[in-house]
Design a protein around this ligand. Sequence first.
Ligand code: 5CA
Length: 166
Amino acid sequence: MKANDRFQASCKKVGYEPDIQFFPEGTKTASDAAAAVGCDVAQIVKSLVFLTDNQPILLLVSGKNRVDQDTVKLLLGAESFEMAKPEIVRSHTGFAIGGTPPFGHTQPIQTIMDEDLDAFDEVWAAAGTPNSCFPISPTELRKIAGATLATVKLCLLYTSPSPRDS
Ligand code: 5CA
């Protein structure tokens, strides 16, 4: 079965019908997806798989944000936290990087959702392939993914020189 059909079939099991839209120009990255959909990159949901103490964990992250791995590691009280290799992403979700959807995976996976996604009425996530996305409200996304909301983004702070230094 094609990846889009597998995603659709797993959504059906939880009573959700995604409005999958296809974009021949490609939606492999958050910026590709934002350009194709015609939305702000912040409204694109990146579905990123990490390994924490050797357990997979999924982070649903706004397209404008980078994950602060140290903060998430602390939040989880974990010893280790690192990005999963492509073969782990595929074996745990059933989908390849660039098309990994936020739910509907082959195995259950602990999921954390970036609180910044909650600012929008609608966000767009991958639908199983690197040329398809579907719109969803953040509330529904969180509910179906069984996700916990958290602050996950990297904040680069600029510290101005102290007056004593000038
Ligand atoms: N279809 C788009 C928008 S929904 C999408 O899937 N974006 S994504 O961010 O969820 O997936 C691409 C991400 O996969 C990249 O941002 C990057 O963080 C991650 N990635 C790319 N290559 C690798 C790799 N070799 N190992 C682990 N993660 C990778």
